[in-house]
Design a binder for this molecule. Structure first.
Ligand code: GLV
Ligand code: MN
Ligand code: MN
Length: 419
């Protein structure tokens, strides 16, 4: 069999998705494998076991990124694919996992067919892509590419007070491979879209040209706790009201900006969080995203002005902390062309699009030619246990990944077969 007609084994890929989905399974069919928890360790053990079964040489670096390498004929840098296997607390079974398991399926298919490649092929899963427990998101790929110092990442404190370094050691994934790592020859990530565009338009393959900019801020508001029944409204320093005002403000800001601007308050805590006590402290997060860096900066400036207005109006103190800040990232046009060409050769409809979600590929783009393949998410649902991608779309995406990786790595067919 030659590489040009090689297809992945869809049944084997679906089985691995189901098996990994059973680790940290939660009601409704989703997964809870927050980064560096026991459930994450169990998922890592399963995937590393599969890597070894496939004959890959597995290394783990000091931030816990795992890379399985299939040797090539030559000693050049590896063509890499992969994604992440951590999830949000209420995640689906496809986000990230698909990219890693499809990478393993590509390796399995090449092994079955006895096809070698000139460049080594590598499948990676990066630590803490989600950023739900420890910020910033894409932490593993940031350290892998040298954009975040290892020591800083290891010191990061999570929402539960734990630290990355201690949790990595606890689950046995503080490895010894060096960071930053050597740059791959190229990087391709298959991922579910996590938005509604492909599903609505009935298109099988998204050719991802860019990732939008991300701005995460944690805001702490300090007021005065007092009796809810006796404190006149005019005399309050109400941290709870100020937090609510921020929630409304960012929604209105996104509506006023229109276009690609999105804004979310996803986490909020009140103290002391009691029915009859004016909150003296509130902590909330704001997630702002835009494909246009100038507009994203304008949104950040308007949020800062709103916080100043709140300080004056409610006499509260407000502290802010940047949790993550990434400018929009364009992918390599030649890589996008390559993905589009292979998808069309396979009879699939394609669409060029930006990514609304953050991805490890956006960090790899700084060190090697990179692009992403999207497959549809039913109803655009993600970060939700109902996340679903039709099996035929998973198969289509994995076959495009196979073809693109084969071309990038340079396939060498088994002896006796035409190239
Ligand atoms: C990662 O999933 C993100 O928040 O985009
Ligand atoms: Mn993801
Ligand atoms: Mn995600």
């Amino acid at each position: 069999m030659t590489a040009s007609v090689l297809q992945i084994n869809a049944e084997r890929l679906h089985r691995r998705i189901a098996d990994l989905g059973a680790v940290g399974a939660i009601e409704g069919g989703g997964c809870a494998r927050l980064a560096l928890t026991d459930a994450d360790r169990a998922g890592r053990d399963l995937v590393c076991g599969w890597m070894r079964e496939l004959g890959l040489s597995v290394s783990v670096d000091a931030i816990g990124n795992a890379v399985g390498v299939r040797a090539g004929r030559g000693n050049g840098p590896a063509v890499m694919t992969g994604s992440h296997i951590d999830t949000v607390r209420t995640g689906g079974r496809y986000d990230g996992n698909l990219g890693v398991l499809a990478g393993l399926e590509v390796i399995a298919s090449l092994n079955d067919a006895g096809i070698e490649t000139e460049h080594p092929l590598a499948v990676a899963f990066f630590t803490n892509e989600e950023g739900a427990r420890f910020a910033p998101d894409m932490m593993g790929s940031l350290v892998f590419t040298g954009a975040l110092p290892l020591a800083e990442a290891l010191q990061t404190q999570g929402i539960d007070g734990s630290t990355v370094g201690a949790e990595l050691a606890r689950i046995g994934y503080a490895g010894s491979a060096p960071t930053p790592a050597a740059a791959p020859h190229a990087f391709v990530e298959l991922h579910v879209e996590q938005g509604p565009v492909l599903d609505r338009e009935g298109i099988e393959i998204g050719v991802v040209e860019s990732v939008q900019g991300i701005s995460w801020t944690e805001i702490e508001i300090l007021g005065t706790s007092n009796h809810a029944g006796t404190t006149p409204m005019a005399l309050r320093r109400d941290a709870g009201w100020a937090a609510g005002s921020i929630i409304n403000f960012v929604r209105e800001l996104a509506q006023e900006f229109g276009g690609d601007q999105v804004a979310t308050v996803g986490r909020i805590e009140f103290f002391p969080n009691l029915v009859n006590v004016v909150p003296n402290r509130a902590v909330l997060t704001v997630d702002l995203r835009n494909t246009d860096e100038a507009l994203l900066q304008r949104a950040e400036a308007q949020l800062a002005a709103h916080l100043d207005a709140l300080r004056d109006a409610e006499k509260v103190d407000i502290n802010t902390r940047t949790l993550a800040r990434f400018a929009p990232v364009p992918f390599a046009p030649a890589m996008c062309d390559r993905i589009e060409r292979h998808a069309r050769v396979q009879g699939l409809r394609t669409r060029r699009m930006p990514s609304g979600a953050g991805h490890d590929a956006q960090m790899l783009a700084a060190v090697c030619p990179t692009a992403m393949i999207f497959v549809p998410s039913v109803d655009g649902i993600s970060h939700n246990v109902r996340e679903f991608t039709h099996p035929q779309h998973i198969e289509a995406g994995a076959n495009v990944l196979l073809a693109v990786l084969c071309e990038l790595a340079g396939t060498v067919p088994p002896a006796g077969e035409p190239a």
